[in-house]
Structure formats: structure tokens, C-alpha cells
Design a protein around this ligand. Sequence first.
Ligand code: ARG
Length: 459
Amino acid sequence: MKLWAGRFSKEADQKTNDFNSSISFDSRMYEQDIKGSMAHATMLGSCGIITRADMDAILNGLEGILSDLRSGALPIDPDAEDIHTFIEGELTSRIGDAGKRLHTARSRNDQVALDLRLYLRGECDAVSAQVRELALVLCKKAEMYADAVMPGYTHLQRAQPVTFGHHLMAYAEMLQRDLGRIADAKKRMEVCPLGSGALAATTYPIDRMQSAALLGFPNASQNSLDGVSDRDYCIELASAMAILMMHLSRFSEEIVMWCSWEFKFIELDDAFATGSSIMPQKKNPDIAELVRSKSGRVFGDVMTLLAVMKSLPLAYNKDMQEDKDAIFDAFDTVRLCLTAFIPMIDTMTVLPQNMRRAAAGGFINATDCADYLVGKGLPFRDAYKATGELVARCIREGLTLETLPLEEYRAVCELFDEGVYEAISLEKCVSGRTPLGGPAPENVRAQAARVRALLQKGE
Ligand code: ARG
């Protein structure tokens, strides 16, 4: 029987029911729905809107439903309209009239707005824990490879020397911003919409702050129309998930490149790589590729949510039922990706000697060579030009700046002496980059320690 029995003279067509139903995707919020109903019933009882006896019957009934749903003893009816209807119907069939009093001073509109906030609160915590775990893995590896010189790139051309630890800590910085974005959006989401009713609150003497406090919200929404029709938190959180996926996608792209034969900076663990059905030699970075690709799904979820909300007049519209599929998909995808991505990173073998070899070609110490001339008093622009000529010479003669004889240096600029070879040694070039944020190994170790301390404090 429908919730709206009374007004209608005919049953809905099966096609209407099937099309309208959201139980297939909102049943995952059953815990939140029940906890919200318990808080609502408690508030109704303590405000004298329902009797204490009815309140107790409702709380016991809901407790029983919760444990039966958890254990699987109570299967979810796939024909129910949504999880709210299913639980209320089940409660009434278990406890009779008291169950029919639960929905006093409430609408499914404020109920679903509440359930979703409660559900996403848990998702924020779960994703944040995974992001922290990944960042901690990066800190650990960054410390291990704080001295591992590798070429830094711009335009994917070898540019200047960095270390593998420094490179990894760049991702740790991104992940910290991701954590900040999630925490920030979560904070804004922490207002309780219960009591907004369908759209215009209610005439019952409810205590909204009591419901809010029972559910752990520091505040209640301040406008009933906004209370039921705000989905900003979905859009903000989906955006935070999209940005996080963009970071993982960039990281994945580097993993794909680094484990190619052309780079061979890393080797993935066999347990986190895949083979080919035909080419016996293959070892493929499928996890990284899928993470790279799934980022697109999450970007799509943000667009779905924006499109669902765009142009919707106040207050609730059924369009908003479509919010859940998108925001659930965003969180599910991120969590799934991180579950595979974290151990893939944790178990990969790093090949510092290959990084060092790549760093030795490509003239990544050319800037340092110019800086050496600056140290001898030459203006930077002139030093830049002289070094450019040296690089051109090296390329012609098949040499590097390290192997170019001193006479050739001096033929281009007389300021060069034996000291140039030390000045352009890669280890020197890296260890000299000590300003805040630079790749000097001591910086990287300090950064990793600082980030680890923040993460362990839960930040
Ligand atoms: N299943 C609905 C949703 O997810 C619940 C709210 C329904 N409210 C209504 N007036 N039809 O949005």
C-alpha cells in the first residue's frame, strides 16, 4: 500500500512504481535512516508530541529492524518505493499504531536530506583514512629515497635534478590538500535538516536542536526551504573526489611511464601487475591505468550533480532523488581505486640506479653550470648563453657536461676552471637546492617527518 493512500482512487501502474523507486540504490542508507528515525522519535517523545510508550515501542522496533537488517534476517523488499518507506512499513507491521506515529512532524524530504548527510559523513571518514594511509606510504618511501637523484621534468623533457623522495612528497602535498577539502566540505555539511518537514517546517512544538544534538550535528539548518533542497554538500564532496582522482590519475600516468622499459625507474610487484594473454614477456600496470581512467567517471559524477540541481525551483523536486547514484559512485570509485592503488605503491620496487643513469644524460645540470659562472661574476644572461654553447658542443661531440674537457669549457668562457666539475656534479646540484620546498635530501626528510606528524594527528 502506498504512503499516499486516501487521495488516489487507483493503484499506480507497475511501470510508474518501477520508474519511481529508488530502493535499488538508497537501501545502503538503512543504518542512517534508522538512526535518524530514532533521534526523531526520541525528540517527539521528549517534547510530548507522542507518548513515552509509543516512543519506546518505536525505538525498540527500530532497534530490532536494524539488527535484522544487519544480520540479513530481514531482506530488503526490492518493490518498496525507497528505504524510508520500507523501514516505516516494516516498523508498522511489527509494532502497529505506534509505528504510524513516527512520521509525525516529518517528511521524507527532510528525512532523505538527513540520511544522505549522515551517510556521507561516514564516507568522508573512510576516504580520508585511505588518503592518510597513502600519504604515510609516500612519507616512508620519500625518506628511503631522499638521496635518490632522478631527472625532474618540464614538458616531459629532462630539466633539473630532483630526488625520487622529493617527487613523491609532491603527491603527499596534493593529498594533504585533498584531506583539507574533504574536511572543509564535511564541516559545512554538518547541519541537521530534520524539522524542515516537506518544505515549511511544522506546527508541532518540535525541538530541532535536540534532534541535531542526538545525531552529533553542531547545528540545525536555518531555513526550511534550504534545509530540504540543499545539495551543495554533494557537489562539494564530489568535486573534492574529482580533484583527488585527478591527482591519482597524474600519479598513475607517472607509474605507467616509470615502469616502461623506456624509463624503468620502478618495477611493480607481481601481485599488483597483470600479464598478457598472448605476449609472454608482458607485465602491465593495469591498476594504474584503471585509476587513470576511472578519474573520468568521477568527473562525470560532478557534472551529473550540477546538472541535476541546475534550474530546480525551491524546494524539493523528485529530480533530487538522482543525486544519490552520482555521489555514491564518486565515493565508491575513489575507495575502490585507493584500495588497489595504496598497496601497489607500497610494494613497488624503486630502481635508483636507473634514475641516476637517466639523470646523467639530458644536461639537467646546465642551469647549475650557468650558476657556476654567475658565481664567478658573470651576469646570468651571459652565463646562460655560454652554457648553451657548451651544451651544443657536447651534443655535436657526443659528450656530457661531466665529460667535456676543461679546454673546451675555457674556449667558450675563460672563467671556467677545474671547480666546474664539482659544481655540476648531480649530487651537489641536488644537495645545494636547500631553500624551503627544494629537493635537498635534508629538506625532503624534514618534509616527510612534518607531514607524517600532521597525518598522525589526523590532519
Ligand atoms: N526517495 C526520495 C529521494 O531520494 C525520498 C524523498 C521523496 N519525497 C517525495 N516527496 N517524493 O529523494
